[in-house]
Every structure is written in structure tokens, then in C-alpha cells.
Design a protein around this ligand. Structure first.
Ligand code: NAP
Ligand code: MG
Length: 464
């Protein structure tokens, strides 16, 4: 794999300030595939200065021209989609088919949506005797995780650039090669120097320096709740804007009237995709007591098709593999029953975990409350709809969810009572324009579409 040994700052690849590097490992075979520089506070400072210098001109660039720049970026992402898919597979371990359709494909949709929005959005509105100007917030510090290494970058950078902001990105240490490819795409698209800058490095060093930098106006973070809490506190103390996209423990509610076989098979596919490393995954399946045994049989048959090394990739690193196996052991210790899988790793090499399904899970068990971030599904039994609602809403999270019923209106009525930011009705399709983000401890703010764009804007009211 090709890797840059510098940082992309002010429109060029520059040597890093310090000598340290990060080894990038392929989680499928545990081989080191590349090294990238580990950035320091000095690199972050240089990148923030470049972003600050580029800001006035980019903010003053007509939206139609910003739109053209984002459209050019989308075109480069299309032209280089095979290289992107191969890079994601190499450093994240996702099966190539998933890397092509989701990891390389979704960012094209999102970049395209912001090219259109930048051109059509009204950056000015009239309210009574006022004209309200919607102006860019300024320099954005973006900190992203490894589970959707390009999508999470594009979901921040595209709306930020559309709004007229400039960006410094600190990507996850496990997936820096995809971020370097993205910087190449920005360069190839001809975006002005300094509007996007990349500092690879470790969270507690480069990430911390970026979140705390006094010349960053907005910090947009996606990742764990523990780090998000810390970043929110730092931003609060400095009175700067912050967007947090954190964990989830979403419920897949199958009402008695639903097509049970379809709901179970789509539910299994949802959890096993990306090896369960999806913050919005429906990791708790809720089934009526009269259909419980049938659902378990359907789930066991469905999960058998998810063979590690074929349809299911490894986890991103050894630590995540250990963490997930620990949760499976904890589930057994707390009295849940295995329908499939278990804590033993299926292979000696590669950070694989067996696709695992638990039955007899009660809402208060650790595996039903905490984000596991692996291919592990818990199936819970409910008595009636009120019980299902209590279980569905009974965690600190509220990111996503699903409801299945024979009648769409019945499913919608239930979805209205869920404390969560997104609900798929009878297996609804992905919409790149729909706001994505959490209720409760799943986060603050929204990404994607016009709601995602407004996160990067601030208002100025002129009275006449
Ligand atoms: P994480 O530590 O929160 O990582 C997210 C990003 O924050 C990475 O770029 C990370 O850098 C950076 N970071 C870490 N510590 C930081 C700090 N003190 N200041 C600023 N930035 C910092 O997540 P993780 O350790 O990779 O994963 C742990 C768990 O988080 C997972 O098991 C899962 O439950 C959850 N998670 C959720 C999502 C999501 O989409 N909501 C995504 C990933 C993980 P490094 O890469 O160097 O750590
Ligand atoms: Mg970490």
C-alpha cells in the first residue's frame, strides 16, 4: 500500500514535525502494510494556521463555485473508487464487496448531495424586518473513527466546505491510508490550498491538540462516548461549537403483525455488516413472546450464512477483538444463552470474531446496555407493545432503530414513541439527505443533508 510520509497542509505534502510513525496493520492477516507519520501539536498548529489563512477567501467564494469544487471532488472519488475500496479492505478488513458498495460508494452519494446543496441552499433568509445571513462558522477540527473511514470524513468535510468553512482532519490511527487518499482527491479536484488539511496521529496527542486548539471554531467528532464526553467538556470550556456523533444500542422492534422471516433476516444482515462495527446497528432484536422460539430458529438459520473470512471480515484490531470476545463471555456469565457463535476466535490469524446470537437476554444485562461494536446480536422477548417500548427506550443511547409491522401506519405510530434519531420502517432504504444523529447520550448535532450543512453555519441578523 502506498503511504505518504508527510502531512497534507496548505495544499502540499510537508514533512512531519517529529520522527514518530504509526504502523498500519491489515487485520485479516496481521501484517504491517505501511507506516504514516504520528503528528504532534506542532503539526496540528501548522495545519490550523493554513486553514485559518485559507478561510476568508473560501468563505467569500460564491456558493456556486464551492459547489463546483465539491462536484470535482465527487468525480475524483468516482474515478478512484477501486483504489479506495482496496485501501479500506487492506486497513479495515472489510470484505471487498462491502468496501466497493458502501465504503467507496456512499461517500460519492454524500459528496454529490453537498455539491447540489451548496449550489441550491439559501444562505440568506428574510424574517420580518430582518435579513438573516447564514455564514460559515470558521475553522473546523474534524476527528473521525475507523469504522467507516471515508464516509465519516466526507460527512464532515463536504458540508463544511459547502458552508464555506475550512478543515483540519485527524483521522483514526487504524485507517490513515484512506484519509491520505482523500487528501489526494482534494488536491486532484483542484480545491484551494489550505481549505482541507490532514494531520495523521494518535488521539491523545494529535486529536487532543486539535480539539483544544484555540483557533479552531468548531470541533466535529465521531467515536466513543468516553472520548466524546472529554471533547465536549474541552469545547465547552473554550466556548466553541461542538458536534458529537457517539455510540448506539439500537432496537429492532418486530411487532406481532410483521413478516417475521423478513424482519429477522434483514436484522441479522444489519448487525453482521461491517463485522458489527456500525454505531447505528440494530444490536437488540425485540420479539413478541409468542413468536420468540420461531424467531430464534430463523435467526440461527440466517446467521449460518455469515462465514468469517467470507461475508464477515475481521475486527479492526486485536484490542477490539479482545473487547468483543470479553462481552460475549460477559453475556454467558450473566445468563444469556448462545444460539450461534461464542467467545472462541474462529481462526488463529486475523482479528476475527464468530458471528454470535444470544437468546434469553434481559434488558438490563451488560450485553443489552453497552455498545459491543462487533458481530453480536441479542434477542429479547417482550410481553406487549408497552413492554417493547420500555425495552427499546431503556438505554442511555438513542441513535437509530427499526420497526416492522404489517401496516406501515402501525409501525410509524410505534416509531413516534421511540427516543432515537433515525428509524427504518419495514426495512426502509438509506437516504443520504436524512439527518443522522443521536438522542440522549448518542450525541449532539446532526450530519448529512441540509441539517448537516446547518451545523457549519452561524447566523447574522440585519434589521431594516
Ligand atoms: P475513539 O478512541 O473514540 O476514536 C475516535 C477518534 O477519536 C479517533 O480518531 C481517535 O484517535 C480520536 N481520539 C482518541 N482519544 C482522543 C482524545 N483524547 N482527544 C481527541 N481525539 C481522540 O474510539 P476507539 O477507541 O477507536 O473505539 C472504541 C469504541 O468506541 C468502540 O468499541 C465503539 O464502541 C466506539 N466507537 C464508536 C464509533 C461511532 O461511529 N459512533 C466509531 C468508532 C468507535 P485514535 O484512532 O488514535 O484512537
Ligand atoms: Mg482509540
Amino acid at each position: 500500500m502506498k503511504a505518504h510520509d508527510g502531512m497534507y497542509i496548505g495544499g502540499q505534502w510537508r514533512p512531519a514535525a517529529g520522527p514518530d510513525t504509526i504502523a498500519v496493520v491489515n487485520p485479516a492477516d496481521e501484517q504491517v502494510i505501511a507506516h504514516v507519520p504520528a503528528g504532534t501539536a506542532e503539526d496540528v498548529d501548522a495545519a490550523v494556521r493554513a486553514a485559518r489563512e485559507a478561510f476568508p477567501a473560501w468563505a467569500a467564494t460564491p456558493p456556486a463555485e464551492r459547489a463546483a469544487g465539491i462536484a470535482a471532488l465527487r468525480d475524483v472519488l468516482v474515478a478512484r473508487k477501486d483504489e479506495i475500496a482496496e485501501t479500506v479492505t487492506a486497513e479495515l478488513g472489510a470484505p471487498l464487496a462491502l468496501s466497493r458498495t458502501v465504503h467507496a460508494g456512499v461517500p460519492v452519494l454524500v459528496a454529490g448531495s453537498y455539491a447540489e446543496l451548496a449550489a441550491s441552499y439559501s444562505f440568506e433568509e428574510r424574517i420580518g424586518n430582518s435579513t438573516v445571513l447564514l455564514e460559515p462558522v470558521g475553522v473546523v477540527g474534524a476527528i473521525t473513527p475507523w469504522n467507516y473511514p471515508l464516509h465519516q470524513v466526507v460527512a464532515k468535510v463536504a458540508p463544511a466546505l459547502a458552508a464555506g468553512c475550512t478543515v483540519v482532519l485527524k483521522p483514526a490511527e487504524d485507517t490513515p491510508l484512506t484519509a491520505q487518499l482523500f487528501a489526494e482527491a482534494i488536491h486532484e479536484a483542484g480545491l484551494p490550498a489550505g481549505v482541507f488539511n490532514l494531520v495523521t496521529g494518535l488521539g491523545p496527542v494529535a486529536g487532543q491538540a486539535l480539539a483544544a486548539h484555540e483557533d479552531v471554531d468548531l470541533v466535529s467528532f465521531t467515536g466513543s462516548t468516553a472520548v466524546g464526553r472529554q471533547i465536549g467538556a474541552t469545547a465547552g470550556a473554550a466556548v466553541k461549537r461542538v458536534a458529537l456523533e457517539l455510540g448506539g444500542k439500537s432496537a429492532n422492534v418486530i411487532l406481532p403483525s410483521a413478516d417475521l422471516a423478513k424482519a429477522v433476516s434483514v436484522g441479522i444482515a444489519n448487525v453482521m455488516s461491517n463485522s458489527g462495527q456500525t454505531c447505528s446497528a440494530w444490536t437488540r432484536m425485540l420479539v413478541h413472546k409468542n413468536q420468540y422460539d420461531e424467531a430464534l430458529a430463523l435467526a440461527a438459520a440466517a446467521v449460518a450464512k455469515y462465514v468469517p473470512g467470507e461475508r464477515v471480515g475481521p475486527l479492526v484490531n486485536a484490542k477490539q477483538q479482545q473487547r468483543v470476545r470479553g462481552y460475549i463471555e460477559k453475556g454467558l456469565a450473566e445468563g444469556a444463552r448462545l444460539v450461534a457463535g461464542g467467545p472462541e476466535a474462529p481462526y488463529e490469524t486475523g482479528y476475527y470474531v464468530s458471528p454470535t446470537v444470544f437468546a434469553d437476554v434481559t434488558w438490563d444485562m451488560t450485553i443489552a446496555q453497552e455498545e459491543i461494536f462487533g458481530p453480536v446480536l441479542s434477542i429479547l422477548k417482550y410481553e406487549d407493545e408497552e413492554d417493547a417500548l420500555r425495552i427499546a427506550n431503556g438505554t442511555v443511547y438513542g441513535l437509530a432503530g427499526a420497526v416492522w409491522a404489517a401496516d406501515e401506519a402501525e409501525a410509524v405510530a410505534f416509531a413516534r414513541r421511540m427516543d432515537t434519531g433515525q428509524v427504518d420502517i419495514n426495512g426502509g432504504r438509506f437516504n443520504p439527505l436524512a439527518p443522522f444523529g443521536g438522542y440522549k447520550q448518542s450525541g449532539v448535532g446532526r450530519e448529512l443533508g441540509p441539517h448537516g450543512l446547518s451545523e457549519y453555519l452561524q447566523t447574522k441578523s440585519l434589521q431594516f
